[in-house]
Design a protein around this ligand. Structure first.
Ligand SMILES: [Zn+2]
Length: 203
């Protein structure tokens, strides 16, 4: 992602937020549907070896900061899941994979989507990603311990209102994948784990 210029990346904010793009010319403004699923990748620094255990990063702190600053806080706010992907050691590469296979994962996702479209039959939405305002409050009810945990996380990590909304939606999805009706602190903690770029303070 940071290979693109900052003003090019910022253009993504509108489709990620509204699911459409507006193009304005002198006499007319046209809106086009652009409800996308964005999947993007970046290195931790220009050389790619920052925090790698087997290589030395050759970037200056300023170069790292300049590279990461191409992604603004408001753009990162609009990306639901941030996942660190460290280098895989040789022993791990050799191992036979025991993770969930794609067919099983697909079935779990379809079940979760089905639960959501049934739950939101009266809301004119079909997915957790579309939850806003009163629907978000109604379907992401937290117990007192959940409220306390989330308040502390928001204050400590400095999460924005937009990131807070996303944490609730993602926690709802994690609970749905487990077929659990109520949101627990564990669901919230896992959702907050997917905000790594916020937690690095948007450097
Ligand atoms: Zn580097």
């Amino acid at each position: 992602m940071p290979e693109f210029k900052k003003q090019v990346l910022e253009v993504l904010r509108q489709p990620l937020e509204d699911g459409e793009v507006s193009i304005s010319r002198s006499l007319i403004t046209l809106k086009y549907p652009a409800d996308v699923m964005l999947v993007a990748a970046m290195n931790p620094c220009p050389c790619g070896y920052l925090s790698d255990e087997t290589h030395i990063c050759t970037c200056s702190p300023l170069a790292v900061q300049r590279y990461r600053s191409r992604l603004s806080g408001p753009l990162l706010d609009r990306i639901d899941l941030h996942v660190d992907v460290p280098a895989v050691p040789y022993e791990e590469l050799k191992k036979t994979r025991s993770d969930v296979d794609s067919a099983t994962m697909r079935a779990r996702i379809l079940d979760a989507r089905e639960m959501q479209s049934t739950r939101y039959a009266d809301e004119r939405i079909t997915l957790n990603a579309e939850l806003t305002g009163s629907a978000l409050e109604k379907h992401c009810v937290l117990k007192e311990e959940g409220h306390d945990f989330l308040k502390q996380a928001v204050e400590t990590l400095g999460l924005s209102a937009r990131a807070y909304t996303r944490v609730l939606r993602i926690a709802r999805t994690i609970a749905d994948l487990e077929k659990t009706a109520s949101l627990s602190v564990d669901h919230l903690a896992e959702a907050i784990n997917y905000r790594t770029m916020d937690r690095q303070g948007n450097v």
